[in-house]
Write a protein that binds this ligand. Structure first.
Ligand code: ATP
Length: 368
């Protein structure tokens, strides 16, 4: 039986009070790109750093890789503090958005590039190359040059070049941004498959919520150098900590409400001054607090006027085959979006109808 030649050791990564401040000599002011991060990246898991442009994702990744020194704080791979270790001594490998392949080298030469510095003999290199090509699904492409490959294939070669080094930590910086939507989806499934098969500790930077949701064990949601929430995809989707997370993760309906009663983990809310609702939820909310209720489009119902929680008017209805998308004006800046599967629709409500929207307290989540 053939033994596996790619044998990855695993590591956890820990950031303790990591801050990065960039000095800007021209403007005479500094930028705090990363502000006091404490994070644990667990062994064998894929964690995504997700957030809008400029929130500090790449800077965090580059500090873990050793390309950038933190201004304060400590970075650990397992129990080893790695702050003073050069990038090439850290047992991490990075896959870049731009692939960073050598155009004059063949696929095989690109993939084995790092091994040559390890002074590995040719036969062993070939054995590792063959296994990587098999894992990545690119057997037979050894002699092509990057210019003769598609974008997706080039990204596979870039990933192979990282994997062949048997890193303890694999780092991705927006690896799929240069690919079209369909290929992005294929490649993210592929990356997840390989990551799971090898169970390699992986840190993945993206600004794309769908990508983060579909591939991650954990998501770190960042905003302006701060961590807003850390959780698995279900947690950040169903229990966003605040309005920023709810909005960024793609929950489209936010209803303003006020806490009118608080008994332990049960809160009574006044929704838009119209109706009250009681919700069981863990949280630190006080009477008088102005909060937001997160409600997903698939959790809302349409009923006859005055029969539901809030009255409104149907602004638009879009037929999408399996379901209808309704846009309801309830006097907020943005209309409320409701998805109703055709089988769920009791009555045929039309554009312009005065209706009422309804939902169960179990389907909402209170955020600050
Ligand atoms: P994007 O998704 O656009 O790549 P990001 O979340 O990765 O953004 P970073 O590239 O980490 O964000 O940048 C965080 C902040 O630090 C930004 O305000 C950026 O302008 C600043 N910054 C990053 N690198 C430097 C640098 N070398 N010198 C000065 N400021 C920098």
């Amino acid at each position: 039986m053939k033994t596996k030649t790619v044998n990855l050791e695993k590591a956890s990564v820990k950031l303790n009070n990591i801050t990065k401040i960039f000095d800007s000599p021209k403007m005479d002011e500094s930028v705090t790109a990363v502000d006091d991060f404490n994070l644990d990246f667990k062994e064998g898991e894929l964690t995504t750093l997700l957030g809008p442009s400029g929130c500090g994702k790449t800077t965090t990744l580059r500090m873990i890789a050793g390309f950038e020194d933190p201004t304060n704080g400590d970075i650990y791979f397992n129990d080893q503090r790695v702050n003073d270790l050069a990038a090439n001594k850290r047992d991490s490998a990075m896959v870049f958005q731009s692939y960073a392949l050598f155009p004059h080298m063949t696929v095989a030469e690109n993939i084995t590039y790092g091994l040559r510095f390890k002074k590995m003999n040719k036969a062993k290199q070939k054995e590792k190359l063959n296994e990587i090509l098999r894992i990545i699904g690119m057997e037979g492409y050894e002699d092509r040059r990057p210019g003769e490959l598609s974008g997706g294939q080039q990204q596979r070669v870039a990933l192979s070049r990282a994997l062949i080094m048997e890193p303890k930590v694999l780092l991705f910086d927006e690896p799929l941004s240069n690919l079209d939507a369909k290929l992005r989806e294929t490649m993210r499934n592929e990356i997840r498959r390989i990551q799971r098969d090898l169970s390699i500790t992986t840190i993945y930077v993206t600004h794309d919520q769908d990508e983060a949701m579909s591939i991650s064990d954990n998501i770190v949601i960042m905003n302006d150098g701060h961590i807003e929430q850390v959780g698995n995809p279900e947690e950040v989707y169903f229990q966003p900590k605040n309005e920023f997370v709810a909005d960024f993760i793609g929950t489209v309906n936010l209803l303003p409400a006020e806490i009118t009663n608080n008994s332990g983990n049960s809160f009574t809310l006044d929704i838009m001054g119209e109706r009250s609702l009681t919700k069981e939820q863990k949280g630190d909310f006080n009477i008088g607090d102005e909060v937001q209720l997160v409600v997903r489009p698939e959790s809302l119902d349409i009923t006859e006027k005055n029969q539901g929680l809030i009255n409104g008017k149907i602004k638009n209805r879009v037929f999408l085959g399996t379901h209808n998308e309704y846009y309801i004006d309830i006097g907020l800046k943005k209309p409320i979006k409701i998805n109703i599967f055709n089988t769920r629709l009791k009555e045929d409500f039309q554009r312009g109808d005065e209706i009422s929207i309804d939902f169960n307290s179990s389907d909402v989540h209170i955020v600050e």
